[in-house]
Design a protein around this ligand. Structure first.
Ligand code: PLP
Length: 426
């Protein structure tokens, strides 16, 4: 029962240092967020000790009567938040949720059709060395060469050509809404199942600020830790429970996983409770407003003159994709530059990127974590200007120590005004 600091001072220091890093920088990785204290508490609890293979009321271990309450609450709340008939809250992660979806919807070797990784898709949607590309015959649609948008006529052509068993709607780096109704009609036309992976935009859907894929999809998968702001994990939903519910449950357990992480499931229940509140809706609205403010600033003349553009010319969601193909900066340099200014983002390939994936010609910048921190339009306007100033100076080779010190000062003013986890000591 020794405290961590005594038992393992090296790891205790990692926790302290990471808390300080999160407090002292602006977190703008589009897939990250800050979980509430209540989620940290549930996730760091004795529930981690419990084995509970099976589902509530149908376990393969004794002593599950208490954790059953947590899982049942998580399921009921998830269904309510997303207006879904059925939910499975056991996937350990988004990738495992997705493995279970394909396990349930297809057989090994079947053709699947998803958005190409190079155009914003996810590894689990058919990347060559991912399970999805190794176990299934993975084919892809891309974005249009000029609009950089997913054009449904092109998706239809790909579906007619490939005749997939499963069509995948969903993305990791794409700044626009998807046309779920059109995806459904294409799936019906070719006799495919439609799987939507809403990992990125699930929080917006929960708040009613983004179209819901539930009415159109056979199955919807999501992570819980991106816009949704819960513990790192995954979840499955469907409104076609009769057709898919049993298959999905057995694809998760025993198909893909053993014992569920009951501490994470309890934390998911907490996150789903929060997702039903007005405060959550307000936060998602600020997330969208922040992304739109950022887009507007990055479309201004000084930025355009530096050869910097936005993929699709703007955003409908919680992120922007900066297109650096015509600028002097590559993705790696731009990521490093913003890091030096105190802003964390990730470099990201843009469609038709001439640079290799380790370098890229793009940045993916998201607003969920800062909205959770409390930022509104005033703060996002300042953040957007800091980013624009850094990128314009960087592209001109003028991001010197003096400029970076002044940008770090502006970042510090913002982080000081919005303390993260006040009073928390790890
Ligand atoms: N699906 C999408 C669309 C994602 O963007 C991600 C993560 O980035 C995942 C699935 C995988 O989630 P995890 O990292 O929890 O496995």
């Amino acid at each position: 029962n020794q405290p961590l600091a005594d038992l393992d001072p090296e790891i205790a220091k990692v926790l302290d240092d990471e808390l300080a890093r999160q407090r002292g920088t602006l977190e703008m990785i589009a897939s990250e967020n800050f979980v509430p204290r209540a989620v940290l508490q549930a996730q760091g609890s004795v529930l981690t000790n419990k084995y509970a293979e099976g589902y509530p009321g149908r376990r393969y271990y004794g002593g599950c009567e208490v954790v059953d309450v947590a899982e049942s609450l998580a399921i009921e709340r998830a269904k309510a938040v997303f207006n879904a008939e059925w939910a499975n809250v056991q996937p350990h992660s988004g990738a495992q949720a997705n493995a279970a979806v394909l396990h349930a919807l297809a057989n090994g070797g079947d053709t699947i059709l998803g958005l190409s990784l190079a155009h914003g898709g996810h590894l689990t949607h058919g990347m060559k060395i991912n399970f999805s590309g190794k176990n299934y015959h993975a084919t892809a649609y891309g974005v249009d060469e000029t609009t950089h948008r997913i054009e449904m006529e092109q998706v239809r052509e790909a579906a007619l050509r490939e005749r997939p068993r499963v069509i995948i709607a969903g993305w990791s780096a794409y700044p626009r809404h998807l046309d779920f109704e059109a995806f459904r009609s294409i799936a019906d036309e070719v006799g495919a199942a439609l799987w939507t992976d809403m990992a990125h935009f699930a929080g917006l859907v929960a708040a009613g600020l983004h179209p819901s894929p539930l009415p159109w999809s056979d199955v919807v998968s999501t992570t819980v830790h991106k816009t949704l702001g819960g513990p790192r994990s995954g979840m499955l939903l469907t409104n076609r429970a009769e057709q898919w519910g049993k298959k999905l449950n057995s694809a998760v357990f025993p198909g893909q996983q053993g014992g569920p992480l009951m501490h994470v499931i309890a934390a998911k229940a907490v996150a789903m409770k929060i997702a039903g509140t007005d405060e959550f809706k307000d936060r998602q609205a600020r997330t969208l407003e922040g992304a739109s403010i950022l887009a507007q600033r990055l479309l201004a003349d000084d930025v355009a003159a530096a050869g910097i553009k936005l993929v699709t010319g703007g955003t409908d969601v919680h992120l922007v994709l900066v297109d650096l193909r015509d600028s002097a900066l590559d993705g790696q340099q731009a990521e490093d530059l913003l890091h030096d200014a105190g802003i964390t983002v990730n470099r990201n390939a843009v469609p038709f990127d001439p640079r290799p994936p380790r370098v890229t010609s793009g940045l993916r910048i998201g607003t969920p974590a800062l909205a959770t921190r409390g930022f509104g339009p005033t703060e996002f306007t300042e953040v957007a200007d800091i980013i624009a100033t850094a990128l314009v100076a960087g592209a001109a080779g003028k991001a010197d120590d003096e400029l970076l010190a002044s940008l770090r000062g502006r970042v510090r003013t913002l982080t000081d005004a919005f303390p993260l986890y006040p009073g928390l000591a790890q």
